[in-house]
Ligand binder design. Structure first.
Ligand SMILES: [Zn+2]
Length: 219
């Protein structure tokens, strides 16, 4: 997918430029912290002054980025899935999608709100059992023999808990709860535990979001 990008953007760590945009393409260097980079791009695109949900002004130390498709249900950290939000809206929204949250907020009665909240969570659980909650057009299936890995799988294999979560989910539903994120030249930015699991079980294709307008510059 083509992700939303600002016209101009530079991302530096210390005195090193790690990412920049030229002609609507994002070039990323080295082992960048992908989530941090995406947060930074989102602020540059969407500003950071107002909460998207309640319109409240956001104080410097009290601003968050909300995942419109919640992280808990496989929501990924890309600008298309992130909006500036106040901590209060972010925590009230919890595991609802943005659309569900708008609806939930419009309900007056507290009792009904509670019931609807529960129902929506159940709905999301059901959807995730059949696949991924994210829009279908974002996802493609990626041949993992083509990926370029940023970190060694030995490093990944040490994170026991995350591996177990992926393993359990796959064991239960025969698919993954979220996609991996890949640049247009096959560099993996996110989803190492999924890759690790897929490789160990000789699974050849995994769900992926391929960032078509992002190029990784490897050295
Ligand atoms: Zn708010």
């Amino acid at each position: 997918m083509i992700i939303a990008l600002p016209k101009k953007f530079f991302y530096s760590v210390g005195d090193r430029d790690m990412a920049f945009i030229e002609n609507n393409i994002l070039y990323v260097e080295g082992r960048v912290n992908f989530e941090d980079l995406m947060y930074s791009i989102t602020y540059s695109l969407k500003g950071y002054n107002r909460c998207k949900y309640c319109g409240r002004e956001l104080l410097r130390n009290k601003r968050t980025l909300d995942h419109m498709y919640p992280k808990y249900f496989g929501g990924v950290s890309i600008p298309d899935n992130l909006v500036p939000s106040c901590p209060s809206c972010n925590s009230k929204k919890s595991c609802l999608t943005s659309q569900q949250f708008y609806h939930w907020r419009s309900i007056q009665s507290t009792d009904k709100r509670e019931r609807v909240f529960k129902k929506m969570l159940e709905q999301n659980m059901r959807k995730i059992k059949n696949g991924i909650l994210l829009p279908k057009e974002w996802i493609t299936y990626y041949d993992i023999s083509k990926v370029i890995e940023e970190i060694s799988f030995e490093e990944v294999s040490k994170a026991k808990e995350a591996n177990e979560r992926v393993e359990m989910f796959y064991f239960q539903y025969q698919h993954y709860s979220k996609p991996i994120i890949v640049s247009n030249n096959g560099w993996v930015f996110s989803g190492f535990h999924i890759l690790y699991h897929a490789k160990r079980h000789s699974i050849k294709n995994v769900p992926a979001i391929v960032l078509e307008n992002v190029v990784h510059l490897s050295h």
